[in-house]
Design a protein around this ligand. Structure first.
Ligand SMILES: [Zn+2]
Length: 85
């Protein structure tokens, strides 16, 4: 009969513990830090620099001419800045 009592105590402890675990997992703040994404960052695209004005932009948004990157058609037509470095 003594073992049955212990079994009951263990069952209650396990039930409370599992309830706490469920409540803890409901809060996402503890398990997943916001600044540590498990997958690759979506902004992993290569950034290029406009040869005319020096602004940085995604490679897919840039225009190219003679191996240089430009942010817009106007700067592409203007070409590299004369005094850039
Ligand atoms: Zn530019």
């Amino acid at each position: 009969m003594k073992y049955l009592l212990w079994l009951g105590v263990i069952a209650v402890v396990w039930w409370v513990w599992s309830k706490r675990q469920a409540a803890g997992s409901a809060r996402p703040a503890r398990k997943t830090p916001p600044d540590a994404p498990p997958k690759a960052a979506p902004e992993a695209e290569q950034m290029v620099r406009c040869a005319h004005c020096g602004v940085y932009l995604p490679a897919s948004d840039s225009l190219t001419k003679d191996g240089d990157f430009y942010c817009c058609a106007a700067h592409q037509a203007a070409g590299p800045a004369a005094g850039s470095r």
